[in-house]
Write a protein that binds this ligand. Structure first.
Ligand SMILES: Nc1ncnc2c1ncn2[C@@H]1O[C@H](COP(=O)(O)OP(=O)(O)OP(=O)(O)O)[C@@H](O)[C@H]1O
Ligand SMILES: [Mg+2]
Length: 252
């Protein structure tokens, strides 16, 4: 989202003045974040900078000490990730939160298997799961495969398919490429671009700046719980962003 346009369009997500402490640890201090419809925002910063905490506050997994959250201009107070899901926000955690001993179709619809009378409607479940995977152009051989038999990259695809089946407006990915092979990383970044084409706004947390630069429109840097800078990807370099991460200041 170019700066000149951002004032014209309403953010899909706006976080204002978010603060959070865990006992004596100040995790976030007065952080602002804006995400625009269809935008991909990279959220970066060193370990313990507060990235995951900020996103968990967004989804209602953690409670903020101070600040305000708006979704499409309306104030929200999510008390759990179930409530943020209902508002169209999905977060994909690094451990995927899947059931390894169940198959792909069962995982995509975990907790809400379609029913036909007293029985699970397996036909609908597997064909719908197959549709979501095809729509994302992800490469999982069969919806009948057990998830624990899949590679990390394919498990990631299943987690994304599950998130997308809720038809979210916003997807948050917390370090999605940390444990992926080169090929799986490429596939994931392509999936993100595919989602972007469908108008889904995304926030990606990553330590790999090349991933942020491959798919991001904008990048925001946290350092020790503070927002130390935001840049449009087109108008910055990995070098400049790295300087912000390390010193909290643009390099002279
Ligand atoms: N549940 C928790 N209880 C206590 N302290 C926490 C909790 N979650 C986060 N913290 C602390 O808050 C700070 C920010 O942590 P957070 O996980 O948000 O950082 P991060 O930027 O995601 O780091 P990383 O890149 O290592 O994932 C850290 O000092 C961390 O130890
Ligand atoms: Mg984290």
């Amino acid at each position: 989202m170019p700066e000149e346009m951002s004032s014209l369009e309403q953010p899909i997500i706006e976080m204002r003045g978010i603060s959070k402490a865990f006992g004596p640890v100040r995790a976030l201090a007065d952080v602002d974040l804006r995400l625009f419809p269809g935008e991909v925002l990279g959220l970066v910063g060193d370990n313990s900078a507060g990235k995951s905490t900020l996103m968990k506050i967004l989804t209602g997994a953690y409670h903020r000490d101070a600040g305000e959250i708006l979704v499409a201009g309306k104030t929200v107070n999510f008390k759990s990730p179930h409530e943020s899901r209902d508002a169209g926000i999905e977060m994909i955690y690094q451990d995927f939160a899947l059931c390894g001993n169940m198959d792909v179709g069962q995982n995509v619809f975990l907790g809400r298997w379609p029913r036909k009378g007293p029985f699970v409607d397996r036909k609908t479940m597997y064909s719908e799961a197959d549709n979501v995977l095809k729509r994302l152009k992800v490469d999982v051989n069969s919806v009948h495969q057990r998830v624990e038999s899949l590679s990390g990259g394919r498990q990631q695809s299943v987690a994304i398919a599950r998130a997308i089946s809720f038809e979210p407006r916003v997807v948050v990915l917390d370090e999605p490429t940390a444990n992926l092979s080169v090929v799986a990383t490429e596939r994931l970044l392509e999936t993100m671009l595919e989602l972007k084409k469908h108008g889904v706004a995304q926030i990606i947390i990553s330590h790999r700046l090349q991933d942020i630069f491959a798919v991001g429109d904008r990048v925001m840097v946290l350092k020790r719980g503070e927002n130390v800078g935001e840049r449009e990807i087109k108008r910055t370099t990995e070098h400049e962003v790295l300087a912000l991460i390390v010193s909290g200041k643009p390099e002279k």
